[in-house]
Design a protein around this ligand. Structure first.
Ligand code: NAD
Length: 456
């Protein structure tokens, strides 16, 4: 049984039966049997069913957002935004599917034609995280289904009710039940799923788990994609308008209670604007409404997982012991639920875990720098490679700096942003492979090379 707890109240919401190895084996067999017929349907038919799924999601955005808030603590406005934005992401995939999945003719002569067709991988595991279950889930299962795959969707144990709701909507939309199935449980259920010779695993989660997934995938030599964590830096140069930049950067650090893969996790500020930046940043963070995530006005809710309170507390204590200054926050809140006070540390450096390890919570370190070169060196001092951001009035300066970042995504005058039109990929400890963009549709296919000798 999986006990689902509301992180804002610590009340048990539901006990969910988990899938054991035998149940998972049955699901894999059912998917295997059903997938060829799904792949044989026309793309137009598959698109119609996915479109219907998107409509159901749009119609039920409010109750679905409430469920998400209840089980993982995301503030309700942010939960609603996630569900609604997922609908437009689905729209992007629907628009792009025909051209991306069409067979390409790369040579057409009277006696020889060469073509590339895009066939589905087959049966894929989608092992997912809890922080944005609609985004990170749909980035995988929507294009995978459009391309003709069967999906075994393993929602996080902290977003299992949302996973169940997604499966119900898939059924209502008319997606065959064996083509989209959930696997319910903890990491143990995920591991049991990967005991089977599937055709791919698309994982979103931590670096530590990602390494285990890659090892398990190697056993069956299946395709593996890993979307992992980050320690994403932002550099504020001396030529910016502080009043405009601070709210954007603070939002990048604290949105979703800091639990975003591309959350701002480190801030470097040029010495010439450092004091003004810190003062305005602190005022902004102090203005955040912290509390019941069901309230419309709440901006910071609880953490989804209790153990993360200890991780944050340790990062703060270690930083202070090594000379950091705590400007606000620094402790869990004295109330039921997994609340941690929004926290700002200055006088930080790279000997401190708060500047080197993913915090995944409402806590940020701000470090003073005196040149672009110093900022570049500090930004690059990480094994992660998800995003990096620069705020400056000078576009050429930003591009010069961002070219030196070994990250899948770079931002000029923005941060913590994802676009369906652009590939989402991590480097180093942030992962392998990508989702989103047209590449994020093709990734669920395998090319077949056709050598056709004879008249066209
Ligand atoms: P996690 O690694 O704890 O769990 C992720 C999933 O893996 C869950 O479904 C879990 O049940 C499953 N799992 C755990 N152990 C397993 C095992 N041995 N075998 C198979 N499955 C197993 O991560 P999380 O706490 O759910 O997510 C937070 C992490 O995800 C953060 O590091 C965050 O940065 C990252 N993330 C990355 C992206 C991205 O796009 N790069 C997006 C969202 C989250």
């Amino acid at each position: 049984m999986l006990t689902v707890v509301n992180p804002a109240t610590e009340a048990v919401i539901e006990e969910l039966p988990s899938d054991d190895a035998a149940a998972i084996a049955q699901k894999v067999a059912a998917a295997r049997a059903a997938q060829p017929a799904w792949a044989d349907r026309t793309l137009a038919e598959r698109k119609q069913l996915i479109q219907r799924f998107g409509e159901l999601l749009a119609n039920q955005a409010d109750p679905l957002a409430e469920l998400l808030t209840c089980e993982m603590g995301k503030p309700i406005q942010q939960a609603r935004a996630e569900v609604k934005t997922t609908v437009s992401r689905i729209g992007f995939f629907l628009e792009q599917a025909d051209s991306t999945l069409a067979t390409e003719t790369v040579l057409a002569t009277p006696g020889l034609q060469e073509q590339i067709s895009h066939e589905p991988l087959g049966i894929i595991a989608n092992i997912s995280a809890w922080n944005y279950p609609y985004f990170v889930g749909s980035n995988v299962f929507i294009p995978a289904l459009l391309a003709g795959n069967a999906v075994l969707y393993k929602p996080s144990e902290f977003a299992s009710l949302t996973g169940r709701a997604i499966a119900q909507l898939m059924q209502q939309a008319g997606i065959p039940t064996d083509i989209f199935q959930t696997v319910v449980g903890t990491g143990q259920a995920g591991a049991a799923l990967l005991d089977h010779p599937l055709n791919g695993v698309f994982f979103t989660g931590s670096y530590a788990t990602g390494c285990k997934i890659a090892a398990m995938a190697a056993k069956h030599l299946m395709k593996v994609q890993l979307e992992l964590g980050g320690k994403d830096p932002v550099y504020i140069t001396e030529d910016v308008d502080i009043a405009t930049v601070v709210p954007a950067v603070a939002d990048g650090a604290f949105y979703n209670t800091g639990q975003s893969c591309c959350a701002v996790e480190r801030i470097y500020v040029h010495a010439r604007v450092y004091d003004a930046f810190v003062e305005t940043f602190l005022a902004t963070v102090r203005s955040f409404v912290v509390g019941d995530p069901m309230q419309e006005t709440t901006y910071i809710g609880p953490l989804a997982r209790r153990p993360q309170l200890d991780v944050l507390q340790q990062q703060v204590e270690e930083a202070i012991a090594k000379g950091a200054t705590l400007l606000t926050g620094g402790t869990p809140l004295d109330r039921p639920g997994y609340f941690f006070a929004p926290t700002v540390l200055t006088d930080v450096n790279h000997t401190m875990s708060v500047m080197m390890e993913e915090s995944f919570g409402p806590i940020i370190g701000i470090q003073k720098v005196s040149s672009d070169e110093e900022a570049i060196a500090l930004m690059a001092d990480t094994p992660y490679g998800l995003t990096a951001s620069v705020y400056t009035a000078d576009r050429d300066r930003a591009i010069r700096i961002l070219k030196q970042m070994n990250t899948g995504t770079v931002y000029w005058n923005c941060c913590d942003r994802v676009s369906p039109r652009l590939p989402w990929s991590g480097r180093g400890h942030s992962g392998i492979g990508l989702t989103l963009s047209t590449y994020g549709i093709q990734t669920f296919t395998q090319p077949k090379a056709w050598h056709l000798r004879g008249p066209a």
